[in-house]
Each structure stands twice: as C-alpha cells, then as structure tokens.
Write a protein that binds this ligand. Sequence first.
Ligand code: NAD
Length: 456
Amino acid sequence: MEDYQALVNKQKQFFRSGKTKEMTYRLDALEKLRNGIREKEESLLHALKADLNKSEFEAYTAEIGVLLEEIRFTIKNLRVWMQPEKVKTPMTHLGSASYIYSEPYGTALIISPWNYPFQLAIAPLIGAIAAGNCAVIKPSELTPRTSEVLGDLISEMFPEEYISVVQGGVETSQALLGEKWDYIFFTGSVPVGKVIMEAAAKHLTPVTLELGGKSPCIVHEDANLKLAAKRTAWGKFMNAGQTCVAPDYLYLHRKIKEEFLRYFQEATEELYGAEPLKNLNYTRIVSEKHFRRLRSFMNNGDIFMGGKVNEEGLAIEPTVLTNITWEDPVMQDEIFGPILPVMEYEQLSEVIEGIHQHPNPLALYIFSESKTTQQEVLNQVSFGGGCVNDTLYHLASPYLPFGGVGNSGMGAYHGKGSFDTFSHKKGVLKQTTRFDIPFRYPNVKDGLKKIKLFLK
Ligand code: NAD
C-alpha cells in the first residue's frame, strides 16, 4: 500500500500558509476550475462516452453544465458567505457582540463514485475551495477515462499541495483513509459509507456521507398521469437508471395503474425510440458485474415492457416489472439500473407503512393534484429530499440542500450548503472593556439573587 502521508503533510503545510483562506485565492481557484472544465469539455465528453456510453446531451447537462452553473453561483455569492455573520446577543451579555465565523477545516478528502464520475468529484470540490480548504480527490476506478481527464485537469490547474487527484481502487481508498484528514466527503454505497465512517472515527474526522437507497415514486389516483409518466420515465432512465436519486420503484394506485403504464411506455418510446438497444445515445451499464446483477432481476414478477439486453454492449432495455412485492429480490437493495418494479396500492397508508418498514430513502417522489395527499406523504415519511409532481429536479437547485437521512447518508451540500459543509462554524463573542457587569463573579453581594433575575 502506498503511503500518502507526504501528500497530506504537504497540503497541511500549505494550508497553514493561509493562502487558501484569502478570498481572492478562492475566487481565482474557482475561476481556474471553470476554465479548466471548459477547456476539457471535448475530452470529458469523449471519456464519458467511452466509460458509460453517455450521450453528449446527458453528459453536458448532468456532468458539465450543472458544475459550471454551481461555480457561477458560488463565485457570485462567496463574498457574502465569507462574511462573519452577526447574530443576536442576550441581555446577560450586555456590552458584547456575537459573530459566527466560517473557517475552513483544512485538508479534505473527497471520495467519489462512477455513476456521475466527473460531477460527483467536482461538486464537492467547489465547496471545499469556496470554504478555503485544500483537497485530495479519489475518483472512481470503474470509469478510468473520465478519472484520467479529471486528474489531468486538476494537475494542470493546481499545485498538488493545494488540490490533488489520487487514482486507484479500494486499496488506494483505504490507504488514504489511514491518514488524518480534517474532513471527509464521501459519495457512494451504504456498505462503503460504513467503512468510511469507521475510518473517520479513528481520527475523529467529521464526515459527509452521500449514500444511496431505494427511492420510491408514488403515483396517486388523482395525478396528472401523462405528465407523471413522462417525468418518471425521464428520471428513471437517465444514465440508464444509474442515478442515486432515480425512482427505484413505482407505487401506483390500483385505479390508474393500467392507464399510467400505457403512458409510461409511450413516454419511454418517445425518449429512447422503439428499440433503445439500437439507440447510440442510450447509456450502458458500468461493468459486467453490475450488468449480471441487473439481469438476474428479469425473472421477478412479470415483464410489462422491455426485458431485452445486449450482453456484449452491457446495455439493458428500459424495463418495467409488474406483480412485484417487497419479498422479490429486486426489492431488497437499490437497483441502480433501468429496471423499474411496480407495486400497487389502494390506500395511501399502505404505501407509507411499506416505506416505513425499510431504511429512509435518499429521495421520494409523489405525483398527486391534492395538497392534502402531498402533505400527508411529506409529513409522514422521512427521506433525504425529493419532488412533488416531478423527479430528480430538486437536485439541480442551488437553494435546496441535497443529502440523505438515516441509511441514505448524513450532511448535505449544493449552493451555500457546500460552503457550509466544508466550513467549521466558529462562534465568537466580542466583549466590551468599557465596563464590567459584576453579577457573574462569586464575590458580588446578593450574587445568586441577582443572577436569578437573568437566568430563570
Ligand atoms: P462504492 O461505494 O462502491 O464506491 C465509491 C467510492 O468508494 C469509489 O471511489 C471506490 O473506489 C471507493 N471504495 C469502494 N469500496 C471501498 C472500501 N471497501 N473502502 C474504501 N473505499 C472504497 O459506490 P459506487 O458503486 O461507485 O457508486 C454507486 C453507489 O453510490 C450507489 O449506492 C449510489 O446510490 C451511490 N451514490 C450516491 C450519491 C449521492 O449523492 N447520495 C450519488 C451517486 C451515487
């Protein structure tokens, strides 16, 4: 196992120089990152095509455009975010003023997955830079071409004592985790999330864990079915279902099940054609292992649509399975592929109960025209974040925190949330020296009586 101590020490030393805390340095770094992304656009599109057969449209939208927008938003707001926040001071502290300072942690380790291999490495980095940290990124080994472009971009733009990319798989990740970081930001699966937290605990390093899980999509009897079908098909089959917040399974009200599925089939055909496996822009499955795991679900329930695969190209048709129950293998873990199991219900309470029996989802989607129904679900189910009458879109707003709860993770980011995630909030009281209120001192006459007037 390689030793990364030298790299970490170099970064710690650079951090102590104070350079990364300067606002101009942070803004300059964000600007460089933006230019670097623009310069590498072509190579990134090629790499994403080679690694996952991502179409240019999907790759630009979900991996490049979204980051440029995040950088723009961060640059625009950074000056304000960096200001110490003046907060109220209680009467007992007369004469003083209170502030919250946002201070960078120091050196951050960012470990990212393969499904959006560029976006999920750079989005946290934007927060790390904005907050004034140094960072090391360990991208996914399963998308080697994208990880290579990412590595080139970072080494061309930044000195390694500031930001560096370390390439490698599980062993590299574990060697990095052996070092003492000031912050660890991990995006990936639930089991590995546990490994990360255990490693972080040894050094009492704070963590953000962006994990996964089974995200339900509920379509109620009063939903706008055609639109619901289109938005669900879009959210499910983008990146061939390899999206952490993709609808994992459908809960359809019994009354509208048939009609909804008809619209769903039409919508999928509109998006990917009658033969998606022949569509050159349809994303493939990342590895043979994942492909085999997904294919094994095909005999669960009945195939309503899809079901065909291209073994050589590792592609799986958009597939819908009906007659599914919680006992089927496809319902045991996050699917992470273009297979959509359907369960039906009559009462909303059955849905809520079903979800409650399982770990907190990362996302939840409810399609209904009724505010009462929407509210019932929002009030009763705990999930990371989600949408009413849409899928995935909550993720693209810099004003909404994005993260999980319970098994789907801890902490959140995007927009100011990213800056806050990578900042320690330091509370500071600035006291006056013009006078000194005596009540706190033990030798004051009737001290207890007086202090009780304030602390009651
Ligand atoms: P993964 O957990 O297998 O790997 C993620 C990263 O951890 C990779 O860089 C990998 O090299 C490293 N890693 C793997 N095993 C490790 C170990 N034992 N010790 C230390 N490091 C290890 O996840 P993945 O397969 O790359 O990605 C898919 C998962 O990520 C899904 O569960 C998905 O839901 C989740 N995900 C979550 C989000 C989110 O924002 N919440 C986004 C995308 C993906």
